[in-house]
Design a protein around this ligand. Structure first.
Ligand SMILES: NC(=O)c1ccc[n+]([C@@H]2O[C@H](COP(=O)([O-])OP(=O)(O)OC[C@H]3O[C@@H](n4cnc5c(N)ncnc54)[C@H](OP(=O)(O)O)[C@@H]3O)[C@@H](O)[C@H]2O)c1
Length: 309
């Protein structure tokens, strides 16, 4: 499963989740190109090893594959054991893996995965309207969205935190979204609670996510003031942002930030995005590679620092 690569004492090690395609794959390429040893992870071993081969073809040899399904505790533990025995530390964790939390409906004209050129001439709003018109929100998918995007990200983070603390410059970049911004919450109370990082706890985040899923099941999403449209994805990303901020306060020795890549042509947007995966990935790697004394607990919107609200 893993190749052997020589390592000097100052080699930086990065783990990228969901690295076999889309933005994750491009982040792996960009980090490898800047001389970082990349552990490209993916839940599917065949696709993951093919992605590593693709990067090696570009001339970057310091890339290795390790299987990781972020929703599977034993898979996360295997990755952690591997990193510990192989490197004894981790410098960079890019939590990129995520799912859309919705069910797709096949567009009768465009099909299931239209080519990017299909959307030429449409602005971002028109493209998002198209995405929304070709999906259905179900309780099963909403649960999967929260389990993957929030609890999966948290599981990986907790497991790898001790290794990040063994680095002299440990960093976490959580790939977030403008869909996770608090302005999308229609309830002022929910918005304020998620923004009040001094009082918010992980236990309260669990309670809020349970409440969201119950409201989803009983049709109370609008009444409670949760975000409309793609609500599970938006709530899970907002919770991940809040968790990042809590963690950044608790671990001032690390740099823990969130970054929105932009609206990117990948599977999750069914190719409806505006940026290429390479361009979207630049907005993530620029945050990964911020100077050592750079911000922590911050949100970056397609490059510049911006508000979580
Ligand atoms: N594209 C955009 O416009 C956009 C905008 C804002 C934020 N983002 C964020 O950018 C990140 C990357 O998305 P993308 O646009 O590159 O979409 P993508 O091409 O659909 O990639 C999603 C990746 O996540 C992986 N994944 C899903 N569930 C997983 C699990 N349980 N364990 C491990 N890996 C899992 C997928 O692996 P499989 O191939 O095995 O499914 C895939 O590699 C996500 O966090 C997304 O929310 C994207």
């Amino acid at each position: 499963m893993e190749g052997t690569i020589p390592m000097s004492s100052n080699t930086r090690i990065a783990v990228v989740t969901g690295g076999s395609k889309g933005i994750g794959l491009e982040v792996c390429k960009q980090l490898a190109a800047s001389g970082i040893t990349v552990v490209l992870t993916a839940r599917d071993e065949t696709r993951g090893t093919a992605a590593v081969e693709q990067i090696k073809q570009l001339g970057h040899s310091d890339v290795i594959f390790h299987q990781l399904d972020i929703t599977d505790a034993s898979s996360v533990a295997r990755l952690s054991d591997f990193l510990k025995s192989r490197f004894g530390k981790l410098d960079i964790l890019v939590n990129n893996a995520a799912t859309d939390g919705i069910e797709h409906v096949i567009d009768p004209v465009y099909g299931v995965m239209p080519g990017g050129e299909t959307f030429d001439g449409m602005d971002a709003h028109q493209r998002t309207v198209w995405m929304w018109s070709t999906c259905r929100e179900t309780h099963e998918k909403a649960k999967q969205g929260v389990q993957t995007n929030y609890y999966g990200t948290k599981r990986v983070t907790e497991a790898l935190l001790p290794l990040l603390q063994s680095s002299s410059d440990g960093r976490i970049v959580n790939v977030s979204s403008n869909f996770g911004l608090l302005r999308l919450f229609r309830s002022e109370d929910l918005k304020n609670e998620l923004n009040n990082i001094d009082n918010l706890t992980e236990e309260r985040l669990d309670e809020l996510l349970d409440m969201f899923l119950k409201d989803f099941e009983t049709g109370a999403v609008d009444a409670r003031g949760w975000p409309a449209e793609f609500s599970a994805y938006k709530v899970a990303k907002a919770a991940m942002n809040a968790y990042s901020r809590i963690l950044a306060k608790r671990h001032p020795e690390l740099r823990i930030n969130c970054a929105h890549p932009g609206y990117v042509r990948t599977d999750i947007t069914r190719n409806s995005g505006i940026l290429t995966p390479e361009e979207g990935a630049r907005n993530i790697t620029s945050v990964v590679l911020l100077p050592e004394d750079g911000p922590t607990g911050a949100y970056f919107h397609e490059g510049p620092q911006a508000s979580f609200v």
